[in-house]
Design a protein around this ligand. Structure first.
Ligand code: NAD
Length: 284
């Protein structure tokens, strides 16, 4: 006897995330939480795509009518040459983390920086306009954050990094507010963002600090982009010094929420996505 199709069916809309490695990615989990909350017949999958397969993978997005994919390491830069359109922000940053397939036309965008700004607003009621900010690190996440703080009207965006070349490039992306800074700039800054990989669970630097806690204190917001563990040594130290703190879970959720909104045209269910992220990383 014929039964009504169950999920997934032949009409289920497919999205996903491409990267290498991919098994650790929380994107499918966050996307799926959103689709379930929205009652959409959609599915999100992780696709392990090595560097030599990137061209085939992008052709597959078109050929299989995949609605969109998130992009993670190592493809955020290299995928740009394969797309039809690049948003101005992604172009300025030289990085794409979200591809939307509009009837075969692939547009690349970046939701990392805008997701960070949304996380500041929702999680800490913090508006960067006119504020002094310090960004620790100069990698992909740091550049996205520095650019977003510049766009959001920060008065000063000091990029602090071990090697000056990458710091200068990240500072330039922040626009007129950007400059290469030093750790002592954190003293009295309105916002301090830890955007290095220091402190990540399972790495040599787990439990380490990237800045002296004495530079942090009341009146400041300290954000650690590392979300595993949720309470890093820096978050712990900043709390003890009387600063307000925010974990990387906020940016993780909001960058994914912006992708969901681009693909579905619907408002992302932040509560459901937050719950899924918090359960996955062990946050309360
Ligand atoms: P990346 O490899 O591009 O950059 C890493 C940065 O860390 C570089 O500037 C490097 O110089 C610096 N660094 C590494 N070890 C250091 C050390 N011992 N001392 C000082 N600086 C050091 O990586 P990325 O993509 O920019 O990611 C950085 C971190 O941000 C990672 O932990 C990642 O998980 C996190 N992240 C979080 C989110 C989120 O949504 N919360 C999004 C992107 C990245």
């Amino acid at each position: 006897m014929h039964q009504a199709p169950k999920w997934p069916s032949a009409s289920t809309v497919v999205v996903g995330v491409i990267g290498n490695p991919i098994a650790h990615s929380l994107s499918p989990l966050l996307h799926q939480a959103a689709f379930e909350a929205l009652g959409l017949d959609w599915v999100s999958l992780g696709f392990e795509v090595g560097p030599s397969a990137l061209g085939d993978a992008v052709s597959g997005i078109r050929g299989l009518k995949i609605r969109g994919v998130s992009v993670t390491m190592p493809h955020k830069e290299s995928v740009m040459a394969l797309l039809d359109r690049i948003s101005p922000l992604a172009k300025a940053l030289g990085s794409v983390n979200c591809i939307t397939n509009d009837s075969g036309v692939l547009e690349g965008d970046t939701t990392d920086g805008p997701g960070f700004i949304e996380a500041l607003a929702h999680g800490a009621d913090f508006d960067p306009m006119g504020k002094s900010c310090v960004v620790l690190g100069a990698g992909g996440a740091a550049r996205a954050v520095a650019a977003a703080l510049g766009v959001a009207g920060a008065r000063d965006v000091a990029v602090v990094n071990r090697s000056p070349g990458p710091a200068a490039r990240a500072a330039a992306i922040a626009g007129p507010a950007g400059r290469v800074g030093r750790a002592s700039d954190a003293l009295g800054a309105d916002l301090v963002v830890q955007a290095t990989s220091v402190g990540m669970a399972g790495t040599e630097s787990a439990g380490r600090l990237v800045i002296e806690p004495e530079l942090l204190g009341p009146g400041q917001l300290v954000v650690d982009l590392v979300y595993h563990p949720v309470t890093t040594a820096l978050i712990d130290a900043a709390n003890r010094r009387g600063a307000r703190t925010m974990s990387g879970v906020g940016m993780l959720v909001h960058q994914a929420a912006l992708a969901i909104e681009r693909w579905t045209g619907l408002q992302a269910p932040l509560g459901a996505m937050w719950e899924a992220a918090a359960a996955a990383v062990g946050a309360g």
